[in-house]
Design a protein around this ligand. Structure first.
Ligand code: NAD
Length: 309
């Protein structure tokens, strides 16, 4: 496992990290023991950053992760959670709710500090409120020692540029914008890095589009994106290629991205993912798969308020 600097935080994060949304049964029903075991196996195999949110499984993911954390040395984990999103259509980025949210997360996560706090899917809120009220509230929480670093997360890349123009943050968490079918993150990468902000890239499998199980029913991609990804998955399975392997290897290769968050609640999958990043990528297979994905290359769906896309 390689460790990379996360912006100017002083943190060294594992190039592959664990996304704990799966622990909240967002892709399939997961039992607590399986979730806890996945976290422990990830840590034992070198992963040091784990990301979660109160939204995932409507607090279930944080609760299961808290159980797992309580059984290991807290310092072994760079714990990243979020505030501001609490349901599919439930958002509150007010300082009062953010502060309450962090106190609730600390209880569920069985800890007294959070390493990184991201405001969750800020494109659903008013960027004025995020910049003028929510982020200053996080600065206060940093001074109080409840959080060590903070940033914002979301889908449209415009939100990161808007925030970075106005406020100093430590990290951004972008998802589905740097994988086999979409590398739009490259368009903002140098701007973000110049500001000393660390890049966390999530969803190398495009939230399941690039996996044999396929996209979950709630996946927001267009029919065209889903069908084209399906074709790539089918091509791979006929030709004995593991598309998940290619996808994980591809995302981790970009060294300007400090870490890639992959989601799973299956201990065997996390072991495979870690093993794969140490193996050389098969460029012939990569080019073939990228060729199939070409019609949808860099296509993304709308998320949140129209003005934030
Ligand atoms: P992902 O692209 O990591 O895909 C997850 C899916 O891939 C799951 O169905 C999982 O079972 C499957 N998978 C993982 N490893 C596999 C393997 N070896 N073989 C077969 N299947 C495998 O998508 P994700 O889980 O949504 O994203 C990862 C994490 O990133 C999340 O858990 C979350 O922490 C973070 N994230 C954050 C945001 C945000 O802040 N707005 C959005 C998306 C994701």
């Amino acid at each position: 496992m390689e460790y990379r600097k996360l912006g100017e935080t002083g943190l060294e994060v594992s190039e592959l990290s664990l996304g704990a949304s799966s622990l909240g049964s967002v892709f399939r029903k997961v039992n607590k023991d399986e979730g806890v075991r996945t976290v422990h196996v990830a840590i034992e195999n070198g992963i040091n950053l784990i990301d979660v949110s109160p939204y995932y499984g409507l607090t279930k993911a944080e609760t299961v992760l808290g159980e797992a954390i309580s059984q290991v040395q807290r310092e072994r984990i760079i714990l990243s959670t979020k505030a501001g999103r609490y349901g599919d259509n439930s958002f509150d980025f007010s300082p009062r709710r953010i502060k309450k949210s962090i106190d609730e997360s600390l209880i569920r996560l069985k800890t007294d500090y959070i390493d990184i706090l991201h405001l969750h899917d800020i494109e659903f809120g008013s960027l004025d409120e995020i910049i003028n009220d929510s982020l200053p509230a996080l600065e206060e929480l940093k001074k109080e020692g409840k959080i060590r670093f903070f940033g914002v997360s979301g889908l449209p890349l415009k939100i990161f540029e808007e925030v970075l123009k106005e406020v100093n943050i430590d990290t951004i968490l972008s998802y589905c914008q740097y994988s086999l079918n979409n590398t739009n993150l490259l368009n903002i990468q140098s701007n973000v890095l110049e500001k000393g902000v660390g890049i966390i890239n999530a969803s190398p499998l495009s939230m399941g589009l690039l996996s044999n199980r396929g996209a979950p029913s709630w996946h927001p991609a267009s029919k065209e994106i889903k069908e084209t990804c399906r074709k790539a998955v089918e091509y791979c399975s006929i030709n004995g290629i593991d598309i998940t392997k290619l996808a994980v290897q591809f995302s981790v290769q970009n060294k300007n991205i400090s870490t890639t968050l992959v989601g799973t609640a299956n201990p065997e999958n996390i072991v495979k993912n870690i093993k794969w990043i140490n193996e050389p990528i098969n460029y012939e297979q990569l080019f073939k798969v990228k060729e199939i994905l070409k019609p949808i290359n860099n296509k993304i769906w709308l998320s949140g308020r129209k003005e934030n896309n």
